[in-house]
Design a protein around this ligand. Structure first.
Ligand SMILES: NC(=O)c1ccc[n+]([C@@H]2O[C@H](COP(=O)([O-])OP(=O)(O)OC[C@H]3O[C@@H](n4cnc5c(N)ncnc54)[C@H](O)[C@@H]3O)[C@@H](O)[C@H]2O)c1
Ligand SMILES: N[C@@H](CCO)C(=O)O
Ligand code: NA
Length: 436
């Protein structure tokens, strides 16, 4: 049989890794796919740049449209990222009847509905395993392995850059900005790293996971997003002293009232497996009603781990090239006509436990005022610790762990606490999840 022909759009971290893995493992891949897979062309903005891969035998072009319009190419692999020009390239490739493999979570989270509709119209596939949690086969697991379950909730460390930064801050007390620069140099960060540190990348991934887990539309705009830029080494240390780690989590939970979709820094008990997922590693905990909790762990970013998912998608596409399009695994796990528009809850309606840090004057009665306000809002306290005032300061850091409270109620209580004359500045709030 003649080889399946691949055109790569993008030859950066993931594109370079994909070339390396496809070349190195060519014979294993052919044994699995049943066909030879050949990269015939690749596009990059600059053709004379040093690459992490050997491009011998690959036609290089600066024009990605040349690949999309090449009748010889069967599968277009989009590894440019962002929307412009990736979105147009993907839609044109689908229009030309080509299958598409992409690592572009922004594209899928924001325009997946349109991309999948076009693919269905043309009877071709769009595969996007690399878009969520890099090399971890979480899309495959949720879409196929757990398809007998009603998924109750999932919680994931789904941004490698943030996890790398938080780990380095916690383990070595390193500075936020310096660690971010290292994550960029290692190829983990997005082209605009604020997407990583402000939680937007994790929200793109959560949008995709939630859609596949619950059979709901892709709705990025409804995700509550808070990044890690406000996390200080002090909070990391206090959390540790209380038996918790701080992780940026993407959480999707089905409740009686609707679906929670949120990305935020979270205290989690240090004894949980997921609390010990460090560096660029990602992990996703999925709770199914039948299977119970399951945990998926692996490298969430980097050239070859991400290429592992890209190549697996290529193999999947090759294996099903001749299958009836109506009998393929649906893009979002549920049949397109069976996607349910379950309401997504506003953050004010979400209930979580909290870590609160405040600066209090060292005077009798100050803590009593704080605890009275909390009690008036029916908020119960799980732990309270008071630290020494920092050198030369008169304000004492006070840390409270409070039981689950509805966000709306906490907002009111915190506003009252901040209005106390004995409390300095604003109250630092970090959500806490036991993940039990
Ligand atoms: N780096 C990772 O660890 C990782 C992991 C998972 C998913 N991803 C996703 O994979 C995709 C690629 O990421 P990357 O880290 O390899 O990026 P990169 O910046 O290393 O590479 C991007 C490539 O696209 C080309 N390109 C950029 N803009 C272009 C344009 N306007 N027209 C044509 N070509 C253009 C560049 O020349 C380069 O070859 C993104 O969607 C990213 O979110 C990356
Ligand atoms: N910038 C992303 C790449 C993987 O999607 C991360 O750090 O997780
Ligand atoms: Na993945």
């Amino acid at each position: 049989m003649k080889p399946v022909k691949i055109g790569l759009l993008g030859l950066g971290t993931v594109g370079g890794g994909t070339v390396r893995v496809l070349k190195r493992n060519a014979s294993e891949i052919t044994r699995r796919a049943g066909r030879d897979i050949q990269i015939v062309a690749a596009s990059a903005r600059s053709l004379d740049k040093a690459r992490i891969c050997d491009t011998t035998g690959i036609r290089l072009t600066a024009d990605p449209y040349e690949i999309v319009n090449d009748p010889e190419i069967d599968i277009v692999v989009e590894l440019i990222g962002g929307l412009d020009p990736a979105q147009d390239l993907v839609l044109q490739a689908l229009d030309a009847g080509k299958h598409v493999v992409t690592a572009n979570k922004m594209l899928i989270a924001l325009h997946g509905n349109e991309v999948f509709a076009k693919a269905r119209e043309k009877g071709v596939m769009v595969a996007f395993e690399a878009a969520v949690a890099g090399g971890i086969p979480i899309i495959k697991a949720l879409r196929e392995g757990l398809s007998g379950n009603t998924v109750e909730w999932l919680a994931g460390i789904i941004n490698g850059t943030c996890n790398f930064i938080l780990t380095e801050m916690w383990e070595k007390g390193r500075d936020f900005g310096e660690v971010l620069k290292e994550a960029q140099a290692l190829g983990y960060a997005e082209a605009d790293p604020t997407f990583d540190v402000e939680g937007v990348d994790a929200a793109h991934k959560l949008t995709i996971l939630a859609s596949i887990a619950f059979g709901i539309p892709l709705q990025f705009a409804k995700v509550y997003i808070e990044g890690i830029s406000g996390i200080t080494a002090l909070d990391v240390t206090y959390a540790e002293a209380l038996g918790y780690r701080i992780k940026l989590l993407g959480i999707a939970r089905r409740t009686a009232e609707g679906i929670e979709l949120r990305v935020h820094p979270t205290l989690i008990p240090a004894r949980r497996l997921i609390a010990n997922v460090n560096g660029v590693m990602n992990a996703v905990l999925v709770k199914g009603d039948a299977v119970g909790p399951t945990l998926y762990y692996g490298a969430g970013a980097g050239a070859e781990p991400t290429a592992s998912a890209v190549v697996a998608d290529i193999v999947d596409v090759v294996r099903t090239l001749t299958s009836d399009p109506d009998n393929r695994v649906p893009h979002l796990a549920f049949q397109p006509g069976a996607i349910a528009d379950i309401p997504v809850l506003p953050i004010e309606a979400v209930e979580t436990a909290y870590y609160l840090r405040l600066s209090a004057e060292d005077k009798p009665g100050v803590l009593a005022d704080v605890t009275r306000i909390l009690a008036n809002h029916n908020i119960s306290i799980e732990a309270i610790i008071q630290k020494e005032a920092p050198q030369g300061g008169s304000q004492l850091p006070v840390i409270l762990l409070i039981h689950k409270v509805r966000e709306r109620e906490l907002n009111e209580a915190v506003a009252r606490i901040e209005a106390l004359p004995t409390i300095g500045g604003s109250v630092k709030r970090i959500r806490l999840e036991t993940l039990g």
